[in-house]
Each structure stands twice: as C-alpha cells, then as structure tokens.
Ligand binder design. Structure first.
Ligand SMILES: Nc1ncnc2c1ncn2[C@@H]1O[C@H](COP(=O)(O)OP(=O)(O)OP(=O)(O)O)[C@@H](O)[C@H]1O
Ligand SMILES: [Mg+2]
Length: 438
C-alpha cells in the first residue's frame, strides 16, 4: 500500500479512533484513581472519628471507676462529691451507668436513653478490659472494676461502669462528608473530562501534523510527476500521428509507452483527488452550488451511451422530477462516472444496466443496477478500500487500480451522503447513492 493511502486512511479513520480511545482510557483511569482516593479517605476518616469516640468513652469510664465505691454506698448523692469524671462528661450527648457486681444498675447520669443490655462476658475475666458495644445510634464501652489486695492477687469484682454516647453526630458528619465527596468527585470528573478533551487533542496534534506533512509531501510528488508524464504522453502522441515516418515495431512500442503513461496519469489524478478529499472531508469546504440532478445525470449518461452501445450492453434510464442537490458538480460527475464505469467494466455483451432515481423524505437515491458478474458476499466489505480488486475483476480488466469506488464514496460522504451496495455473484449488483436534497 502506498504512502498516500496510509496517510490518507490514517488521518481519516484512525485519528478520530485514537483520540476517542485516549479520551476514554484517560477518563476511566482518572475515575478509578479518584474513586479509590475518595473511598480510602472516607474509610480513614470514619476510622479516626470512631477511634476518637472510643478514646473519649474509655477515658470517661476510667476516670469514673473510683466513684463506684461511693455510688454503691451512698447512691446518687455521691455525684456532688465525685467531680473528677464531670469534666469529661457531656450531659446531653452521653450517659454514665454504675452497676453492682451482680449486674444490677446502681445509678445513671446523663440524658441519653440507652437500651443496650449490660454485656459482662469478657469484662469479668480481666480488670479494666474494655468491652465495646454498638447499636444503631449508640456506642458504649464497659469496664469491670476490681478491688485489689495489697499483693495484687485474688482481686474481688466490685461492679461495672458503662459510658455511652450517641453516634448521631458522627453520622451527620459523615452524611455531609459523603455529600462533599460526591460533589467533589463529580466536579473533579467533569474537570478531568473537559481537560482530557484538550489533552488528547494536544497529544495527537504533533502526530497528526506529521501525517499531514507526509500527505502534503506525497501530494507534491504526485503533482510534480504529472508534468513529465504529460510531456511523455504528448511526445508519443505526436510521434504516433506521423506513423509513416517510424518503423511499425517502433509504433507498437510507442503505443505501449503511451498507454502506460496514460495509466500512470490516471493513477496520479485519482491519488491526488483522494488526498484533496481527505483535506476537505466534508461538503462545507466545497463550492456549495445548487445543482439540478437531472441535468448532471443526463451529462453523464450522454458520455456513457456510446460506450454501452459499443459493448452491446442494454442501457435504460428513468429520471425522476428534477431535484436540486448542493455540492460540487465535477466531484458528483466523477462519482456517477465511476459507478457507471464499473457497470460497463464488469458486465458482458447482452447484460443490462438500469439507472433510476427514487425519493425518500429529504433524500434522493440514485440507483445503478447491472446484470453483470456481481460481487461475492465475502468481498462486499472490501470494495470501498483503496486498491482493493476482486480476483475475477483483475482478470476481466487489467489496467485498473481499485480506486474508483474509494473516490465515489469519498465524494458521497463529502456531500453528506453515502453509497450502499447489494450484489450476488453471477447475477449482478445494485449501487444506491444516497444524497441529501438541497
Ligand atoms: N458493478 C460491479 N460488478 C462487479 N464487481 C464490481 C462492480 N463494481 C465494483 N466491483 C468490484 O469492486 C472492485 C473495486 O471497484 P473500484 O471501482 O473501486 O475499482 P476498479 O474498478 O477495479 O478500478 P478503477 O475504478 O480504479 O479503475 C472492483 O475491482 C470489482 O471487483
Ligand atoms: Mg472502477
């Protein structure tokens, strides 16, 4: 495949695909990074706040532990004397409960209603071992209080102290945190998406530039080749017009040189056309004149009728009421020429070619149907590719390049349309050229 084809196809098809892929991958990666960072932050803060609450409650029960004796002896009157735990205690948010060794409640301080049963299990075994409890809205910690002997053996259980605190404050803090993280995450993602459009554009710019230069370079070379080729072809044509002054063998060689030169000129013309259509991929860049379709089709048919007659192929045309289409008449002329040229090339004597026009909503459909050799279903996806030709077509016509349909489709797309094909090998083909009505 030539440099021209590579650069043309790369710019037209691959670049938007690379940009989309880059954009998509970047957004996915950033979403994963942001999501993970937010989740880690959320669980870290949740852990820190719960640890802080546990620490507060533990301090409170430890400070309140010495008061169990006096509470057991004189009851709640002792609260007036035992002030040490008060500076750690919040009347509204917390509750402090004193229990005897058999687990019965001796006294309670604080407005918080606690429904949790006293859990004694591990507390019994080890002095000051904290047991944490949690229900929907309350966090509690219980420690067992022992009276130890002087030698610290056979200590006797005196009772339990439990401190509780509402977790509603933490929950409301976390609701706000979740909202904040959600809003922050969404804003960050939005900014990431916007910036990624710019970033991917910047990332592919130098590569795109490089391919455009390559395209320009090949276009310049093709252009430069045209002049010497034209000179060769003119020189051979002049020589051939004076056949009597040259040997018959030389005349044959000159004919070969002339036809090869013409072939190369045609190839260069086609490649230049494709390069230009790649530079102006949509119709906004074209001269957008309103063109009467019937007039245009009649011109093309006028060129082809003698060829059909010469090849013994029946040709029928049925044009609809005149319709205007917007675009470039030279390019559209080329489109219809390329399709009709194929219907002649790949049909045989006695076959029929039928051209008819249909309207559908705001579209005009130009149908070109032939009863020629047809296209195998596995070949249909390739027929618009540059330089692709079916094996059977190569045998039937040797001097072609496989660019006709590529050009035809580029022109249809430039005009906001497309070409659809149905075909059956051995039975013929139907090409439908769909174009918007002006
Ligand atoms: N009407 C048709 N009937 C059968 N095969 C077709 C027809 N039109 C196109 N094809 C197949 O599609 C291939 C590509 O067509 P295309 O017009 O692009 O190239 P080409 O005719 O081989 O060469 P070029 O048009 O450059 O002279 C052809 O080689 C042929 O195999
Ligand atoms: Mg062709």
């Amino acid at each position: 495949m030539s440099l021209i084809t590579i650069s043309t196809q790369f710019i037209r098809q691959t670049f938007p695909y690379i940009r989309k892929r880059l954009l998509f991958t970047y957004i996915i990666v950033m979403t994963i990074i942001l999501g993970t960072a937010e989740t880690v932050l959320y669980f870290f803060l949740l852990h820190v706040l719960h640890q802080q609450l546990d620490h507060e409650l533990l301090t409170l029960v430890e400070v309140a532990a010495p008061s169990l004796d006096t509470v057991e002896i004189i009851g709640i009157e002792s609260f007036e004397h035992n002030l040490s735990w008060r500076s750690f205690f919040s009347q509204e948010q917390q509750s402090l409960e004193w229990y005897s060794a058999d687990g019965s409640l001796l006294a309670k301080e604080g407005n918080l209603a606690v429904d949790l049963p006293l859990s004694l299990n591990p507390v019994k075994e080890e002095p000051n071992f904290p047991l944490f409890q949690q229900d929907a809205n309350i966090r509690a910690v219980t420690i067992s209080v022992y009276e130890s002997n002087l030698d610290n053996t056979n200590s006797v259980l005196k009772g339990y102290i439990r401190a509780s605190e509402s977790t509603l404050n933490i929950q409301s803090t976390f609701n706000k945190l979740r909202l904040g993280l959600g809003l922050g995450g969404t804003t960050a993602l939005l900014l990431v998406s916007i910036s990624s459009i710019y970033l991917t554009q910047e990332a592919v710019k130098p590569i795109r530039q490089m391919f455009l230069h390559l395209g320009q370079f090949t276009s310049d070379i093709s252009h430069q080749l045209r002049t010497p080729l034209t000179r060769i072809s003119m020189a051979t044509e002049i020589m051939l017009t004076h056949k009597d002054s040259i040997q018959p063998a030389d005349a044959r060689k000159l004919t070969i040189i002339n036809s090869a030169t013409e072939q190369m000129k045609r190839l260069i013309e086609d490649m230049l056309f494709l390069l230009r259509s790649d530079t102006f991929p949509n119709s906004t860049m074209l001269g957008r004149k309103k063109i009467p379709l019937n007039q245009l089709l009649q011109d093309v048919i006028g060129d082809f009728e003698p060829l059909f007659q010469a090849q013994g192929i029946k040709f029928q045309a049925r044009l609809a009421s005149n319709t205007l289409i917007k675009g470039d008449s030279c390019h559209l002329h080329r489109l219809f020429t390329n399709i009709l040229d194929n219907s002649i090339s790949y049909a045989s004597r006695g076959d029929t070619v039928h051209l008819y026009v249909e309207k559908y909503k705001r579209k005009i459909i130009i149908c070109i149907q032939d009863t020629g050799m047809g296209i195998a279903s596995e070949d249909l996806p390739h027929i618009f590719h540059c330089f692709w030709r079916a094996e059977i077509a190569k045998q039937k016509r040797k001097d072609s390049f496989g660019l006709g349909l590529t050009i035809a489709q580029a022109v249809a797309k430039q005009h906001g349309g497309n070409i659809f094909v149905t075909s059956k090998i051995g039975s013929g083909s139907l090409f439908k050229i769909v174009l918007p009505i002006a």
